[in-house]
Every structure is written in C-alpha cells, then in structure tokens.
Design a protein around this ligand. Structure first.
Ligand SMILES: Cc1cc2nc3c(=O)[nH]c(=O)nc-3n(C[C@H](O)[C@H](O)[C@H](O)COP(=O)(O)OP(=O)(O)OC[C@H]3O[C@@H](n4cnc5c(N)ncnc54)[C@H](O)[C@@H]3O)c2cc1C
Ligand SMILES: NC(=O)c1ccc[n+]([C@@H]2O[C@H](COP(=O)([O-])OP(=O)(O)OC[C@H]3O[C@@H](n4cnc5c(N)ncnc54)[C@H](OP(=O)(O)O)[C@@H]3O)[C@@H](O)[C@H]2O)c1
Ligand SMILES: Cc1cc2nc3c(=O)[nH]c(=O)nc-3n(C[C@H](O)[C@H](O)[C@H](O)COP(=O)(O)O)c2cc1C
Length: 706
C-alpha cells in the first residue's frame, strides 16, 4: 500500500510526552506540510528493496563478542540480501532523493539540500569525539552539518530527515548511554508505523568492547530498528571494539572511507567546489572573548552550597557536604579504598538500593596552574564564549562569564588520555617542524600504532602530551580550547548505604585508582584521587552530585531471598540492599564477598559479622591471597551449590552480581551454570539457556564496571 509523507507524519507521534495516551491513528502530525505531498517514494518496490532479514550485515572485527553477530572487517561489501549489498544505481538513488525532498514539502524540482545530521549516544565521550570527527569531515565536504546528542535532538523531526549518521556506544550490560535514553524509549514504541522512516538514508557506527557479552548491542539494535521503520542503510553497521590493539579506529577508519563514497555518490559536491584539504584548519566551535580586566569577577559556580531545584541532575547538581572520608583498607595494603559519606539534607534526593550517585570531579590546582603556564593563559581572566555558527548552543555546564581558572578546573579534561583528534587539531597550530611532523603522524591512519604506544599503553595524560609539544602548546589560540580538550565526565558510584539506615546520607565505597605504567610518575584516577584528597575534618568540603537509577533493582516482594555476589568494591550496592532489607526485617540475604586478605581489605567486616550473628545474613568469603592457591567468589558458589540451588529453585531467589567487568562476571556465570547442571540436572546448553532466561526475567541482574 502506498503512503504519503503526510500520512506517515500523521502517524509518527509528535512528541515523546504523549506516550501513554497516544494512539497511532489519533497522533498529531509532527509538522504541518502545507503542500500536498507527491506520492510516492515509498512504493512497494522500494519497500521490497529495503526490508531485509533482521540480521542485516554487520561490519565487525572477527574477534567480535559473544552474540555471533559479527563479520569480516575487510569485507567492504556486506552480506548478500542486505540492501547495501545491491549494485548501486546512483542516478536512480539521486532521483529518489529529489522525490524525497519534494515529498518532505520542499517543492518540485528543488535542489536536494546537502544536509547531514550526526546523532550520538555517548557515556564517556568516545562516541561524541567520533561524531565530532565525522562532523569535521562533513564540513570539509561542504555539508551543512549538525552534531547533537540523541536526547538533545527533537526526535519527532526524524521523519523529516534525509541523511543521518548515528554514532552510539553501549554501556552497562548492553544499555544505551544516558544521553540517548529518551530517544531509545521513543524509537521502540510499538505504535511507530513500519514505513515511517522510509525517507531516511542512514548509517550506524557502534562503539563497544567485545569483552562484554552484549557487544555493541545498542548499535546493532538501533540499526535493525531504523531498518524496520523503513530507513535505508547506506552501509552495514560498524562495530568499533576497544579490544582491538588500535582501538575502535581499526573499524572506524575504513568504514568512514566507504561512508563518504556512498554519501558523495548521493550528494555530489556542488559544481566548482572541492573537498577542503586536511591541511586547512576549520574554524573553532566557539570564539572566546576576554572581558576587561577590571570587569567584576563572576562568583558562584557549582561548589557553593545551592538552593535545591526540583531534582538534582547533571545540569543542576546538588553540592553535598562531605561528612567523612575513611580508609577501609589496612595502611599496609597496596589498595586504598574509602568509605565516604555525603550529607544530602534538603536536596530532595531519594534512592533505592542499586541506584548510583554521579560525581563531577575537578582537576587539582597544580595541574591547572601548569596547564595555564604551558598555554600562557592568565587563570584570573574572565571571558564569554560565542558560537561561530548559528544554531550551536553554548556549553550548558559552563557559566558565562567564566574565568580561565574555572574553565580549566571544572570543565577541561586535561587528565584524560588524548585522542587522535587532539593531535590532529594541535598539528594545525604547530610552527615547529619537528613537532608538526610528529603531530601529523599521530593523527594519520598509519600513525595509530605509534600513537597507541605513546598515549594509550602508558596512559599518558593530555597535560603530559601538551608538555611534550611545548612550541605548539604555547601558540594554541584560546578559541580552540573547547575543540581541543573534551569536558570532564562525571563518574558513577554504586550507593553503598540505605536511606532507611542512614537518612539524608549517601555513602560510597571507592577504590582510589593508582597504578604504574612505563612512565615514571604513577597514574592516578581523576575522580578517586580528588575525592580521596578531600578532608572534611579540615573545613567545609562540598561535592557536586546527583543520583540516577542503577542497573539493578531489588525484589518488590521483600520475602524473596536474594543471592548477592560482590567481590571488592562490587559489594557496595549490596551493602545498600542489605541495610534496606534488614531495616524492613527481611532475612533472606546471602552474600558472596571476595577480597585479597582477611586482615587487609575485608570491607565492613564488623557490620557483616553482626548481621550474621543476628541471623540476617548468610556470608561466604573468598580471601584470594590468604593461601597459595587463589580462591574467588565463584569457588565459594561451587562449594555451596546445594544452598544456591535451593534458594533458586524453592525460594525463587534473585541473583545479583557487581564489581570488576573483566573476567569475574564470566567466571561467576560459569559457576552458576555449573550449579544448575549439578544440582538441577540440566545439560550444559540448558543451564546456559536457564541463566539467560533468569537474566531476561530480571531474576539475574548485574552491574559491572572497568
Ligand atoms: C555503574 C557504575 C558503578 C560504579 N561503582 C563504583 C563503586 O562503587 N566504587 C568504585 O570504586 N568505583 C565504581 N565505579 C567506577 C567509577 O565510576 C570510576 O570509574 C572509578 O572511580 C575511577 O574513576 P577515576 O576518575 O578515579 O579514574 P579515571 O581517571 O577515570 O581512570 C580510570 C581509568 O584508568 C584506567 N586504569 C585503571 N586502572 C588501571 C590499571 N591497573 N592499568 C591500566 N589502566 C588502568 C582504566 O582505563 C580506567 O577506565 C562504578 C562505575 C560504574 C559505571
Ligand atoms: N590491575 C588490575 O588488573 C586490576 C584488576 C581489578 C581491579 N583493579 C583495581 O583495583 C581496585 C579495586 O578493584 P575491585 O574493587 O574491583 O576489587 P579488587 O580488590 O581488585 O578485587 C577483589 C577480589 O576479586 C578477586 N578477583 C580477581 N580476579 C577475579 C576473577 N576473575 N574472578 C573473581 N574474583 C577475582 C581479587 O583477587 P586477586 O586480586 O587476588 O586476584 C580480589 O580478591 C580498582 O581501582 C581497580 O581499578 C585492578
Ligand atoms: C561501565 C561500562 C559498561 C560497558 N558495557 C558495554 C557493553 O555492554 N557492550 C559493549 O559492547 N561495550 C561496553 N562498554 C564499552 C564501551 O561501549 C566503549 O568503551 C565505548 O567506546 C564507550 O563509548 P563512550 O565513551 O562514547 O561512552 C562498556 C564500557 C563501560 C565503561
């Protein structure tokens, strides 16, 4: 059946807000189209061409993760049956584009606008950096280009877009990043009509890590969903992988080459224009305008106590008072772990066990000072930012006007490992031949191995890299600071206390990140080092924070027993759960805890022992280094298989797992499968499937981090 753009627009919900009440048939159009749209680019033959089996080709590294949905990276043509595999008829596709433009209400014979929208979902900045890179490449190809976080984009307009590149990371256990969650819920609404995106040419670039079981889950799912809604994929989904020696670039670089070939075939360069050479520096996103030296200094900023607004959030964090900060590992132990308490009185913050507190860290004053010296910036100067292109919004987390000191302390992530784009931009400023050559090498595809061993392997910081290029660093124009250096990301911590046991308080159990690489100075985690350095006994200490829902939810029926597996700081959310459940008088709490040595890092030992004595807790401990052979939580699970099985089978217990994301989760899953086999009599495939079913029904939940 043929449908017009207007009919599809009417069926496409206009806003996300209308979710619960809206019906497809009664939805308002997302925008008024005054002209009668021309029928019809979405004919049945087009539909036959674009609907393919759900597992449309992926383009991944062969080592790709556990779900088997990967392909050969060298294969430029996708698998048979995928639309991108068909021979290109560029003329025909261009003709379709013109028809699309007309149907979208642009009028007959209109030139197709060369507009590209790049939408990203990013938790820790990699997808955003990649999206911005694609944006720069688009500008070099004379596209009108917007780069936006998925949740900042008005999703109801997607039906009007002709060309979109999605760049999406996967976080949690196969979850979408925070800044695309609203979009995600919208996109998977059941009432979106199947052909509604048939005007859209799109490509999905995924960022993930194949050591996680749900490798690039979000990108794969997004690709399939847009396809299902009628979108026309330009290429198979790309699956960037942190596990590759060259990181995600190993997949991104060749995929982008293929993408530009496709896009330029559909949207050729206007006559007389050429691709802007990579030697030419693009304008900055903002210009930085210094205010007169005698203009009043901006005061305030997020570290002053704030009057709480509706709900604390990233844009409006609550500046909580730090109440205490105690080391909970022995002084002689290599790992410094802190139990930190915050006072959130008056914030309106509420949470349940399993929720997470987000903390925005800051750079230490010495690093700020050094950065300003290297770049010859006066930390006390005030400035305002102005966007260079209409439609670009100002950075939401930066007050205006603002001092350089504030910018460097609270916004610029000078401690992160710099990415390739950093060296690329830096190379434009370099007037020193040696430095420029090196910077250009680091920003080239061939130089990626070299860059990896210079930066990623030793975990060199941005500040250290700037130090290594002094002639270039001192001439970086301040206008480019926000293009050069990403913003500081908030860090997540599982809340380790319950409001029922500690009203108006949030406690966290935090490992201070400190490790050695070949660089002489030890590496230190930004947030954990900053928090550990704060001493509330020496004055009023304030920390900006907010709370978000975590990946684990404890049973609504408190009589349901829970099995919690939490080695190391992974025990944090279980401390919250146990406090909550004990405060409600519930006894079915079983905890598997692992640490190095009983005498060194047995966190909360006295608390656990008291609860065991009172009959509220069954505790199994694995002290990995107290004997010759390592003993881990998974060994204790196997040793106690009968109890675990009984809790699971007769008690309908829920299982929870938290902690380090490396090998531990897989080893624990294996131990649980072994229980299902040995006690439940299941075959290995049945046991695997049973555990998956428990996961699907949320009876097995986990929260892991690296
Ligand atoms: C949902 C969730 C809950 C969390 N809960 C907790 C919690 O309860 N307690 C807790 O302590 N942390 C928790 N974390 C981790 C926490 O968010 C931070 O990642 C951690 O504190 C480090 O932050 P940082 O700023 O100190 O380190 P960063 O400056 O971010 O540096 C950390 C990075 O350094 C690198 N690194 C670390 N160690 C090594 C090493 N040995 N060798 C090489 N590279 C290394 C890794 O790339 C790592 O990502 C949680 C994370 C998530 C996502
Ligand atoms: N250097 C590393 O590779 C590494 C790994 C994990 C954590 N860390 C760092 O250590 C700090 C604290 O980490 P954490 O809270 O996750 O706990 P942790 O203190 O590192 O580990 C807790 C317990 O888990 C054990 N463990 C190690 N591998 C395991 C596995 N495959 N299965 C089950 N248990 C395993 C550890 O044993 P053993 O340590 O005795 O093996 C220890 O007994 C963090 O800063 C983290 O970055 C470093
Ligand atoms: C806490 C955490 C959870 C993750 N979960 C997954 C996952 O389930 N699947 C996956 O493929 N990658 C996972 N990753 C890897 C990220 O997707 C990958 O590092 C990506 O480059 C991050 O992009 P971003 O910086 O834009 O968020 C996870 C990373 C972290 C830190």
């Amino acid at each position: 059946m043929k449908t017009t753009h207007q009919e599809r627009a009417e069926a496409w919900p206009s806003t996300f807000r209308t979710r619960s009440t809206e019906k497809t048939s009664s939805a308002r159009p997302c925008r008024k189209i005054s002209k009668v749209a021309k029928p019809n680019h979405c004919t049945s033959s087009r539909r036959e061409n674009s609907i393919v089996p759900a597992a449309a080709g992926t383009w991944a590294l062969p080592r790709g993760g556990g779900d088997g949905d990967s392909g050969d990276p060298r294969r430029l043509s996708p698998p048979r049956g995928s639309p991108a595999a068909r021979p290109d008829d560029v003329q025909e596709r261009r003709r379709q584009l013109v028809t699309k433009a007309e149907a979208a209400g642009w009028g007959r014979g209109t030139m197709v606008e060369r507009k590209l929208l790049i939408l990203f979902g990013s938790q820790t900045g990699t997808a955003q950096d990649t999206a911005e890179r694609i944006g720069r490449e688009a500008k070099r190809r004379h596209f009108q280009c917007r780069v936006e976080a998925l949740d900042s984009y008005e999703v109801a307009n997607l039906i009007n877009e002709l060309l979109v590149v999605f760049v999406c990371a996967t976080t949690g256990q196969g979850d979408p990043p925070d800044n695309m969650k609203t979009f995600w819920r919208f996109l998977f609404r059941k009432n979106l009509p199947p052909g509604s995106l048939c005007q859209l040419d799109y490509a999905v670039l995924g960022l993930g890590d194949s050591s996680y079981p749900k490798f690039n889950f979000v990108a794969k799912k997004l690709h399939k969903r847009v396809l299902q809604l009628g979108g026309n994929p330009l290429l198979p989904v790309a699956l960037g992988d942190d596990q590759h020696d060259l990181g995600p670039d190993a997949v991104i670089d060749p995929w982008l080459l293929a993408l530009w070939d496709k896009i330029l075939a559909l949207y050729p360069l206007p006559p007389g224009l050429e691709i802007i050479s990579p030697d030419v520096r693009l304008p900055p996103k903002y210009t930085l305008h210094y205010l007169d030296e005698d203009s009043p200094h901006p005061n305030g900023g997020p570290l002053q106590p704030t009057v709480p607004r509706a709900v604390a959030s990233e844009l409006h964090p609550f500046t909580a008072r730090m109440v205490s900060n105690h080391r909970v590992t022995a002084e002689s132990h290599f790992q410094d772990v802190r139990l930190i308490e915050f006072d959130v009185t008056g914030s309106g913050i509420t949470f349940s066990a399993g929720d997470v507190v987000m903390i925005r860290p800051q750079n230490c004053p010495e690093d700020v000072e050094q950065f300003c010296q290297l770049l010859r910036l006066d930390p006390d100067r005030c400035f305002v930012l102005k966007p260079t292109e209409p439609g670009t919004s100002l950075p939401a987390l930066l007050p205006q006007p603002c001092t350089i000191r504030y910018l460097v302390t609270h916004y610029l992530d000078i401690s992160c490992v710099p990415r390739r784009s950093f060296f690329e931009l830096l190379s434009y400023f370099s007037t020193n031949e040696l430095e420029r050559e090196k910077l250009q090498e680091f920003s080239s595809a061939q130089g990626q191995e070299e860059l990896y061993s210079y930066c990623n392997r030793p975990r060199r910081t941005t500040l250290e890299a700037l130090w290594d290029f002094p002639h270039t660093t001192c001439v970086v124009p301040p206008d480019y600071l926000l293009d050069l250096i990403p913003r500081i990301r908030p860090r997540a911590f599982s809340i380790a206390s319950s409001l029922l046991a500690h009203p108006d308080r949030i406690q966290i159990l935090m490992a201070v990140v400190r490790y050695k690489t070949r660089l002489s100075k030890p590496r230190r985690g930004l947030c954990s080092t900053w928090l550990a350095s704060l001493n509330p006994e020496q004055g009023d200490v304030r920390v900006p924070l907010w709370v978000k829902k975590g990946g684990m939810k404890f049973p609504a029926d408190p009589d349901t027993p829970v099995i919690m597996i939490g080695p190391g700081t992974g025990v944090a959310p279980f401390r919250a759960a146990i406090q909550e459940r004990v405060a409600q008088g519930h006894r079915g709490n079983c905890l598997f805890f692992g640490c190095c040595q009983k005498s060194k890092d047995f966190y909360c030992q006295a608390e656990w022992e008291e609860l065991v004595t009172k009959g509220f807790l069954t505790l199994f401990t694995a002290f990995s280094r107290d004997q010759e052979e390592k003993v881990y939580v998974q060994h204790r699970i196997r040793e106690n298989q009968r109890l675990v099985w009984e809790l699971l089978s007769s008690g309908n217990a829920h299982i929870y797992l938290a902690g380090n994301a490396k090998q531990m989760p897989a080893a624990v899953a294996e131990a649980l499968q072994s229980v299902l086999q040995l006690e439940g009599g299941l075959s290995p495939p049945e046991a695997e499937e049973h555990l998956r079913a428990l996961e699907r029904s949320q009876r097995f939940q986990s929260e892991t981090w690296s």
